[in-house]
Design a protein around this ligand. Structure first.
Ligand code: ZN
Length: 223
């Protein structure tokens, strides 16, 4: 059985090398659609850990050809866009512990995404006590948190509650999957990446609705 120290050493090595690869990779010619994520942190995660988890999300979605725009909406002064939800705008809530009967009694559930019967949904939830416990056991630090974020956002954009046999949308993360996560090698499957890009692009390319500006009283122009 491998020791945690061994896994930790490997994590550092592979993470550094993958960072180098990302920097040296040729710029993609195709335009990457944007995915907006508003994060509400009710678990008081440290800013450093949250920023590191955000980097993981950014890296995972960039590999799928999607750029993420992250908003920390827990601050007193919220950045613009925190109250927008829509086809490319999603909300992630970090809860201190699982709530809701269907997940509270299942200690193995790390997060959930709320989808209606048509597969539409904008809210994902992650359960920080469970993620923190598993991260400490496996020495995964912010990595696991970032991967759970990406998984739940994946459900929302893919509009599906179903799971894949492997990759970030697999439904059960045990030894093999956690090792892949620690190596920074868990991503969306190619067909999932295509659906993510196509879905976000189809929304982004729709003609914008007419922008309505109300004419101030007294400056009416007769239209
Ligand atoms: Zn899932």
């Amino acid at each position: 059985m491998k020791s945690h120290t061994g896994i930790y050493a490997l994590l550092t090595l592979v993470f550094l090398s993958s960072t180098c690869f990302a920097q040296n990779a040729p710029a993609k010619e195709t335009w990457s659609p944007e995915l907006h994520v508003s994060v509400y942190d009710y678990a008081k995660v440290s800013p450093e850990l949250l920023a590191a988890a955000e980097m993981q999300v950014h890296r995972i979605f960039r590999q799928a050809g999607v750029e993420t725009v992250w908003r920390n909406c827990s601050e007193n002064i919220q950045p613009a866009g925190c109250h927008v939800i829509g086809s490319t705008y999603f909300v992630l809530k970090i809860l201190p512990r699982a709530m809701g009967a269907e997940v509270r009694d299942r200690a193995d559930v790390l997060g959930t995404a709320t989808l209606d019967e048509k597969g539409l949904g904008y809210y994902g939830y992650v359960f920080y006590d469970r993620i923190q416990r598993m991260s400490e056991e496996r020495r995964l630090a912010s990595t696991l948190l970032g991967h759970v974020f990406a998984h739940e956002i994946g459900h929302l954009v893919l509009r599906s509650n179903s799971h894949s046999i492997s990759g970030i949308m697999s439904g059960r993360w045990a030894g093999e999957e956690l090792r892949t996560i620690s190596e920074g090698a868990m991503f969306f499957m190619p067909h999932e990446s295509k659906v993510l890009r196509d879905r976000l692009l189809s929304v982004a390319l729709k003609p914008a609705r007419p922008f309505v500006v109300e004419t101030p009283v007294g400056i009416g122009n007769g239209k």
